[in-house]
Design a protein around this ligand. Structure first.
Ligand SMILES: *[C@@H]1O[C@H](CO)[C@@H](O)[C@H](O)[C@H]1NC(C)=O
Length: 210
């Protein structure tokens, strides 16, 4: 009796914590259709440009596919060219360890109405913390236990199509901005200084004349 309890407790923890926790990308069904507004090769800028993403169930799949869908998370992901020699962006099949998709675009409860007619969409202003790199967009469907069950992405399986570039505000630009700011503050101060000196000189001339 006691050993039964022990085994079922262990089994429970195994299922809950370890075994179930390790969701692998290769086991997910590619049943979402995802689009993003940038075209292949587009260059867009952080802090000023927006991207529009849409997602919905691929119409080749039965609506019952989406019964388990509870939440949708749309993410910005590094293309292979921007992962090269960068271990901190590495793709791992085990999703807990995967570093491909590091930026959240939007989290939404899954709307069953989007099974058929309506795709969901969201407009995202590119956040300034997004580094200059080449990207694509991927959406994950999560079940009610918070595990990934399906995905869709704007690129193909080899991650070669529909890639776009995001250019961040670089450090050089920021220091240029600061230099320009300091310089214009300096010119205003010197302009006032110049007027003051001129006025003082004029007064001195006036005084010496009277
Ligand atoms: C929908 O899924 C089918 C079957 O997997 C696939 O052939 C098709 O390309 C997908 N459609 C879109 C728009 O991704």
């Amino acid at each position: 009796m006691a050993s039964h309890l022990l085994i079922s407790t262990l089994l429970f923890f195994c299922l809950y914590a370890t075994c179930y926790g390790k969701v692998h990308f290769s086991t997910l069904e590619n049943s979402l259709v995802v689009t993003a507004s940038p075209k292949h090769g587009d260059v867009i800028k952080t802090g000023q440009d927006k991207i529009t993403v849409t997602w919905g169930l691929n119409s080749s799949f039965a609506a019952s596919t989406a019964v388990a869908f509870h939440e949708i998370k749309v993410k910005l992901c590094f293309a292979p060219i921007s992962q090269k020699d960068r271990a901190w962006r590495k793709t791992k099949d085990e999703l807990m360890k995967d570093k491909t998709c590091q930026f959240n675009i939007v989290h939404r409860p899954y709307d069953p109405a989007s099974d058929k007619a309506k795709v969901q969409s969201f407009e995202w202003l590119l956040e300034r913390n997004v580094p200059t790199a080449t990207y694509f967009v991927r959406a994950y469907a999560f079940n009610s236990e918070g595990h990934e069950v399906a995905y869709g992405q704007t690129t193909n399986a080899e991650k070669k199509t529909n890639l776009f570039e995001i250019h961040g505000i670089s450090g050089r630009h920021i220091s240029l901005d600061i230099a320009a700011g300091v310089f214009s503050a300096f010119s205003i101060v010197s302009l006032f200084g110049f007027f003051y000196a001129e006025k003082k000189k004029a007064k001195q001339v006036q005084n010496s004349q009277s």
